[in-house]
Design a protein around this ligand. Structure first.
Ligand SMILES: CC(C)(COP(=O)(O)OP(=O)(O)OC[C@H]1O[C@@H](n2cnc3c(N)ncnc32)[C@H](O)[C@@H]1OP(=O)(O)O)[C@@H](O)C(=O)NCCC(=O)NCCS
Length: 190
């Protein structure tokens, strides 16, 4: 079965501190809180959002519309204790042919450094291997995005190399560090 068919039924994941579920229009306030933060946007391909309209048009609406066709692999990360969307994690790209997918994640700065990203993305990786039957999950980060690099290493992903001047971010070409985990590696540790 195609990845899109599974993604139409975006599953809910629950961990000790988090709930991962579809994003919705009522999340606008929370999503704007972190997408408008220049420090959060610094390593991302998108610019910090200047208005809620921008967050709605560029992120929330496309994500919500994409769910119907299985084109949107986006989960809101809800911190249960505060009943608040503190970030998102995603399958940003995938290939049915090659049985692989790429992960992405972003978190409200107030919640950095407490293990939330790793706790959330772990669920997406489990879903990728156990349900989507992927063979490879990959992720990339800016060469100096040390927090993101640490998240991927904590998740058992391996450093593969650097894609030189791979992305044009905030006016300059940036090198990307690539990481991946394979089905066999995941199964031997889970
Ligand atoms: C990257 C990001 C998601 C990490 O979220 P997080 O919840 O803080 O991640 P975790 O706490 O699970 O793990 C981060 C680890 O990196 C460490 N870390 C953070 N910044 C670091 C830095 N500059 N140098 C070294 N280590 C760093 C943290 O201490 C933590 O280590 P620990 O688990 O040993 O305590 C968050 O910083 C973020 O949203 N950044 C902006 C968006 C972004 O860059 N997304 C990724 C795009 S590739």
């Amino acid at each position: 079965m195609k990845i899109e068919s599974f993604l139409k039924e975006v599953p809910v994941f629950e961990t000790e501190r988090l709930l991962l579920r579809k994003v919705g229009l009522t999340d606008l306030e929370d999503v704007f809180e972190f997408s408008s933060d220049p420090e959060v946007a610094h390593h991302m391909t998108w610019e910090k959002n200047s208005s809620k309209e921008e967050t709605l048009a560029n992120f929330l609406q496309p994500a919500i519309e994409g769910y119907e066709e299985g084109q949107s692999g986006v989960w809101a990360i809800v911190y249960k204790k505060h009943d608040k969307v503190i970030g998102t994690c995603s399958l940003v790209d995938w290939s049915n042919e090659h049985h692989k997918a790429e992960i992405g994640y972003v978190l409200n700065k107030k919640y950095w450094g407490a293990g939330f990203a790793a706790e959330a993305v772990k669920e997406v990786i489990k879903y990728g291997f156990n349900t989507l039957k992927l063979n490879r999950m990959e992720g990339g980060c800016d060469i100096d995005n040390f927090g993101s690099e640490k998240v991927m290493l904590k998740l058992g992903m391996k450093f593969e190399g650097v894609l030189r001047k791979n992305e044009f971010i905030k006016g300059e070409f940036r090198d990307t560090k690539m990481f991946s985990i394979l089905k066999d590696e995941f199964e031997s540790t889970n």
